[in-house]
Ligand binder design. Structure first.
Ligand SMILES: [Mn+2]
Length: 470
């Protein structure tokens, strides 16, 4: 970027409220899109897919010419392949690509909620809660919904999608703007067990839900029946009740039974808000819808997931099929983990799944385990799976909060033995040569052990400390 172009913070960051920033962006977008075609680019997770769906419907209704691209991540290489003419409209990504976007000769619009670390260039109009003092927890789908509502009040019917996006990104606080979205969507919010779907018999939900993953229950029909027996939940007419139909007492009993089974000390992560919205004229659990969208997209059909969000009947069928397949895939992966050999050290666990678990879901499996409370808070889970072309995919996840930076750990290890790394401090991974398998295990073990020593220095005796001060 040339010096003269660096203009500091653009005016779109100076709005007092997020709503104002979105409205400004919407007005500007409407003017610009009258003259040029629009290229919408969104992320492939639930929040990104619901964002793309809201914007798709909104632009169709507004007669705007546009196309849609769904991406796993936005890299400089991918940016260089985007159309060189017309407006770029990024959803749920691009907040961290501002320096590169500044070099483009195009108008860029961004609705995103990820951290902004670079200056906002002149050609970029952005609405992002991170730029606001209130720093509200709101999903990109929520931002897209408020944008769509500003364009036309007809788009109020898209509010349920914003709820699904919010749930997909694990945002559950009903803050200022979220409460507007909640009102518009007519969502029903109930407190209860977060196992989904809450709208189907509890035994089915327990068997197929992997969040939280309950060893001996998830994927195990007999284990489910035993757990329900422990919780004194009876069948009614040969059928178990839906989660949302349980009495408060029954709910308490089942939570206790799960806590005993997972050795969890607090209800945190198990209990939360259940969001019920209407879809295809039926009351659905937003967590379940989010899981369906996520699965379809991960299995390589993100555009089908968009059509599903937009209520297309054909898409509904294939999404149901793909979701059933995905659930089976994940559950059998989790059951395999139980039997796999694991290298356990102080504060870490290495699972080498080899060919037992597909590299396409190894990251998801590691995530589920890290949320399962089977392992102690702070434990680093490293899961490995054989990949194509003699590579090994490695996913690292931290259980709960940790001071360790996983991204840095993987960076250091790959620097040592070769390979590519990526990710965040909490969730990172790498791809290495299969010839380096043993070397990798030894190196990462060492690295995790050294890290532990570094962040947990032996406690200093307070008296000793004082005398040093003297
Ligand atoms: Mn998001």
């Amino acid at each position: 970027m040339e010096e003269e172009v660096s203009i500091g913070k653009s005016e779109s960051t100076d709005f007092v409220s997020l709503k104002e920033a979105i409205n400004y962006l919407a007005e500007r977008f409407q003017k610009q899109s009258e003259k040029s075609p629009v290229h919408v680019v969104s992320h492939f997770d639930t929040d990104g897919i619901t964002s793309a769906s809201i914007i798709t419907k909104c632009l169709q209704r507004d007669d705007v010419e546009f196309d849609l691209t769904i991406l796993k991540s936005l890299t400089p290489e991918i940016i260089s392949t985007l159309p060189k003419e017309g407006i770029l409209f990024f959803l749920d990504l691009a907040s961290n690509s501002l320096d590169i976007l500044a070099t483009l000769n195009q108008q860029v619009f961004i609705l995103d909620h990820h951290e902004v670390s670079q200056e906002i260039p002149e050609n970029v109009t952005i609405a992002n809660p991170r730029l606001q003092e209130s720093n509200e927890e709101i999903s990109s789908a929520g931002l897209c919904y408020l944008f769509a509502k500003k364009i036309s009040s007809e788009n109020k019917d898209l509010a349920p999608l914003a709820i699904v996006g919010m749930v997909g990104d694990s945002i559950e606080t009903i803050s200022l703007n979220n409460s507007e979205i909640a009102r518009d969507s007519e969502v029903i919010i109930k407190k209860g067990l977060k196992i989904y779907p809450s709208t189907r018999p509890i035994n089915r939900a327990l068997e197929f839900s992997s969040s939280p993953y309950i060893p001996g229950v998830t994927g195990d029909r007999e284990g489910v029946v035993q757990l329900l027996r422990d919780a004194k939940i009876e069948r009614d007419d040969g059928k178990y009740k839906n989660l949302i139909e349980l009495s408060e007492e029954e709910m308490t009993r089942i939570v206790t039974a799960i806590m005993l089974k997972t050795m969890k000390k607090s209800e945190e992560g198990i209990i939360g808000n259940i969001f019920l919205i209407k879809q295809f004229n039926q009351l659905e659990d937003a967590r379940e819808l989010s899981a369906k969208i996520n699965a379809t997209s991960r299995l390589g059909e993100p555009y089908k997931a968009v059509l599903y969000c937009l209520g297309q009947a054909d898409a509904k069928k294939s999404v149901e099929n793909m979701y059933a397949k995905y659930k089976q895939f994940i559950i059998s992966g989790l059951k395999k983990v139980e039997k796999l050999e694991k290298a356990e050290g102080k504060g870490y666990l290495i699972i080498n799944a080899k060919n037992e678990i597909s590299d396409a879901i190894i990251g998801v499996i590691a995530s589920i385990l890290s949320h399962s409370s089977v392992y102690e808070e702070g434990t680093i889970i490293v899961a490995m799976s054989y990949s194509e072309e003699k590579k090994i995919k490695v996913s690292g996840r931290a259980v709960g909060k940790t001071n360790r930076n996983l991204r840095e750990i993987f960076e250091r290890v790959t620097l040592n033995i070769g390979g590519e790394f990526g990710g965040h401090p909490q969730a990172a991974g790498c791809i290495i040569d299969s010839m380096r398998e043993q070397e990798f295990i030894e190196t990462i073990k060492k690295s995790l052990e050294i890290e532990l020593v570094k962040i947990n220095p032996s406690p200093v005796n307070p008296q000793e400390n004082q005398s040093q001060n003297l």
